[in-house]
Design a protein around this ligand. Structure first.
Ligand code: SAM
Length: 278
């Protein structure tokens, strides 16, 4: 299926159309499955969310699905009705499917009753840090989708909403990242930039740029945070690049006393966001 076919199958239909689908070979079902591939997500700007909880979270942020598939037997459950009604009201596509079809759409072991499709939202680097936010987060070449999803959830939990992905990052709209974000993918604002573009942006940023580094010269607990502060986290394997380290105002380390030589990226992000709260 080409990206054009996928887009057509999911977005070209009479507004609020309802269909009952019992064959996994159905074209619309194949289109949803095709969004498992990064190249299809990149070309269509669509992504898939499993489960009612994340879809309800999206709805609470005024985002209705472009398309929703749910188990026909669950059609009268209140949360399913709420999601279907919102999808219909916004002109989306409603697919009542049988268990076999839903099993094909779901990547989780205990398959969900709802799978929905949304359009990705990316913000311009020009707007990064332009609001009245006191903390921003940047991740340099984050590679693991589970880490990225966990970081989105954690940042949302600390009310840090502007998140910049620098360099060759994993896709935040990949299924694993979306699952790990537990609905926070809808609560945060995502930006992306090359390292060069970031370094140019950084020249104009009036706030404090705090890099986290295993051999940072300052203990994170002693840092005088300012508003706004930009926290920069490094890659899982390589840490912060030399260029990025040089661009930071401060390099802080989280003290470690055991035998492990570093914290997992998502854990280090959580500790840093916690420390930066005052
Ligand atoms: N081998 C890598 C290195 O040398 O930096 C380890 C990277 S660590 C798994 C991933 C990221 O988490 C780091 O780049 C840093 O941003 C953060 N991090 C992990 N442990 C840290 C610590 N003790 N102090 C400061 N940052 C830490």
């Amino acid at each position: 299926m080409t990206p054009g076919d996928i887009d057509d199958a999911l977005t070209r239909h009479p507004p609020g159309e309802r269909r009952h689908i019992v064959s996994p070979a159905n074209n619309t079902i194949k289109a949803i499955r095709a969004l498992d591939l990064k190249k299809n997500r990149a070309a269509t700007h669509l992504f898939v969310v499993e489960g009612a909880r994340a879809a309800l979270e999206a709805l609470s942020q005024a985002t209705a699905p472009l398309a929703i598939a749910y188990l026909d037997e669950a059609a009268h459950e209140p949360h399913v009705m709420k999601l279907a009604t919102a999808t219909q009201a916004s002109g989306g596509l409603i697919l009542e499917v049988n268990r076999e079809v839903l099993g094909k759409l779901s990547r989780r072991d205990n398959s969900q009753t709802v799978v929905s499709v949304y359009r990705q939202t990316w913000h311009s680097l020009l707007d990064f840090g332009s609001g009245d936010t006191d903390r921003l987060l940047a991740l340099e070449t984050v590679r693991d989708p589970g880490n990225l999803g966990t970081i989105l959830r954690t940042a949302d939990g600390f009310d840090v909403r502007d998140i910049l992905l620098i360099g060759e990052a994993t896709d935040p709209y990949a299924g694993e990242a979306v699952r790990a974000s537990m609905g926070s993918i809808f609560a945060v604002k995502l930006y992306r930039a090359s390292l060069d573009d970031f370094l140019e942006w950084r020249r104009e940023f009036p706030g404090l740029v705090v890099g986290t580094h295993l051999s940072g010269s300052q203990d994170i607990r002693t840092l005088a945070w300012r508003a706004p502060s930009l926290i920069v986290m490094g890659n899982e394997q390589k840490g912060l690049s030399a260029e990025m380290s040089a661009a930071c105002d401060r390099l802080v380390r989280i003290p470690m006393s055991g035998r492990a030589d570093s914290f997992n990226l998502a854990v280090a992000t959580a500790i840093t966001l916690y420390e930066s709260r005052r």
